[in-house]
Design a protein around this ligand. Structure first.
Ligand code: ADP
Ligand code: MG
Length: 403
């Protein structure tokens, strides 16, 4: 297990102490309220644990991309109501992130109260990771808690720099995420299968290159499978495929061979002449039978069944990317079927299942398995960078703070 401090390392009584807590409040908004409060629910345990112990909590968060300037439409005050609703607690909004106004607010806040600081990205020093800004923020607090894994791939003042100036702890959501990721790729039980799907090889090259050296089975689906099939000489018709990357795909297959990693490509596929729900031209065929005017929109039922058998021999699966164009019926079938197999194996106790990625989370929700996977990460970019084997600055800072 990686070495970082958690809330367990804090004293039981935090009365009067000030906790600076980095959270992800970058909520999707419509007509002035959040359409999804998952991110707030994720940090609720950390916040309530700290306030229950008597700490004054200051929330640090970014919101959108104001680019180092104040913007009247990107204040964190816009999410205040949604955060209050989820926490069941009123917040005090503080239109700064450091300085006298924050100190003044701390004089008003009582133990157990929460202050919401404004958008960290209003200050250019945030994204530049300016140590002066990090130190100025740190001055308001007694310790720092990072509960925003989704922002940990950025070396910003509120995610990385600040940890240089205060004792730093992982919040409960961060702790759960790091524990799950460690179980999935850091120190997994073998054999490990990686499912990599989605639209394009080009967005996930680094992921594929990292995984071939790490896992025993590499399952490739989605649009990216088409590029790999093309690399193997299959005519993929007018499927989404990156023909300029077929050499790269061949190289990845070779590297996998050397590393003892089995690459699984579909041998049957679901095709159609037009991309629409339940099109008339829908059919299932062998990969070698795709016509010039057809496109591959999902892997076939036989391939899906073979992959389910692969998962049955594995102890761990890490999943990013849907196997087909799951938003449109019936091209969600293989993704749904394999997700349900992974969920059932997880529930039986034979498989650890970890998944992440924006569309992947949506696809798994569509398969109704969200509760049955070991862990589903809501972090998009950070999850992918972790799958690429990169050190995430926000996570590294927690380790360093402990070393
Ligand atoms: P994630 O957000 O989970 O990382 P991606 O963004 O890489 O996943 O890919 C998801 C997209 O890939 C979905 O919109 C899906 O429709 C698309 N996709 C999957 N398979 C195909 C395919 N065979 N043809 C076209 N698009 C596909
Ligand atoms: Mg996506």
């Amino acid at each position: 297990m990686p070495d970082f401090k958690t809330l367990d390392d804090l004293p039981d009584d935090l009365t009067g102490k000030v906790a600076l807590v980095r959270v992800d409040l970058n909520l999707p908004m419509q007509d002035g309220s959040a359409t999804d409060v998952t991110r707030v629910e994720a940090v609720k345990p950390t916040l309530l644990e700290l306030t229950d112990k008597g700490a004054k909590v200051l929330l640090l968060a970014h919101y959108g991309r104001p680019g180092g300037m104040r913007s009247s439409v990107l204040s964190t005050s816009f999410v205040q109501g949604d955060v209050e609703r989820v926490l069941g607690k009123e917040l005090m909004f503080i239109p700064e992130i450091a300085g006298p106004l924050v100190d003044q607010a701390l004089g008003i806040l009582r133990p157990g109260d929460i202050g919401l600081l404004d958008n960290t990205r209003f200050w250019p020093g945030e994204e530049e990771n300016d140590p002066n800004l990090a130190q100025a923020m740190a001055r308001s607090g007694d310790f720092y808690v990072n509960d925003a894994f989704s922002a940990a791939h950025r070396a910003h003042a509120s995610t990385e720099g600040i940890a240089q100036f205060l004792p730093a702890y992982a919040g409960r959501a961060m702790e759960a995420e790091l524990t799950a990721l460690d179980q999935a790729l850091g120190n997994p039980e073998t054999p490990v299968a990686a499912v990599v799907g989605g639209a394009k090889v080009s967005t996930k090259l680094a992921v594929l290159e990292h995984l071939v050296g790490k896992v025993q089975h590499l399952i490739i689906g989605g649009g990216m499978a088409n590029t790999f099939l093309a690399a193997r000489g299959v005519n993929v018709g007018k499927s989404l495929a990156e023909h300029d990357l077929t050499d790269t795909a061949s190289k990845i297959i070779d590297e996998a061979d050397h590393a003892g990693c089995t690459v699984h490509l579909p041998y049957d596929v679901v095709v159609a002449k037009e991309f629409a729900a339940n099109p008339e031209s829908l059919r299932t065929c062998n990969v070698h039978e795709v016509a010039e005017d057809e496109m591959i929109l999902d892997i076939g039922p036989q391939a899906a069944e073979a992959l389910a058998d692969v998962l049955k021999t594995c102890r761990t699966v890490v999943w990013n990317g849907p196997l087909g164009a799951f938003e449109t019926e019936p091209f969600d079938r293989a993704t749904v079927a394999l997700a349900r197999t992974a969920a059932a194996l997880t529930q039986e106790g034979s498989l650890t299942s970890v998944a992440g990625g924006g569309d992947t989370v949506a696809a798994l929700a569509q398969a109704d398995v969200t509760e049955d996977f070991t862990y589903i990460s809501a972090a998009g970019g950070a999850f992918l960078e972790w799958m690429e084997g990169k050190d995430l600055p926000g996570v590294k800072a927690l380790h360093a703070a402990n070393g």
